[in-house]
Design a protein around this ligand. Structure first.
Ligand SMILES: [Zn+2]
Length: 66
C-alpha cells in the first residue's frame, strides 16, 4: 500500500517567499518541485514539513487541480 507523502513547505531564506506542496503520490510532478525562488531567484530554499493549516490549504488547492 502506497504511503501518502506529507505536505511540505518550501521557504526562501532570502525573501521569505514560501509555497506549500501537497504531493498526490510519492512521485512529484514536474512543476511541483522548485529549486529556485520564483520571486528573487535565490537557490537558498529550505524545506520543512508543512503546518496543519498550510497543509490543509495545499490539499484543497491540489484537489481543485489548480
Ligand atoms: Zn526568494
Amino acid at each position: 500500500m502506497p504511503i501518502k507523502p506529507k505536505p511540505f513547505t518550501l521557504q526562501c531564506e532570502d525573501c521569505n517567499w514560501k509555497k506549500t506542496i501537497a504531493p498526490r503520490s510519492d512521485a512529484l510532478m514536474p512543476g511541483e518541485w522548485l529549486v529556485v525562488c520564483p520571486r528573487c531567484g535565490s537557490t537558498d530554499l529550505k524545506m520543512r514539513v508543512a503546518g496543519w493549516l498550510e497543509a490543509a490549504v495545499a490539499e484543497v488547492l491540489a484537489r481543485r487541480g489548480r
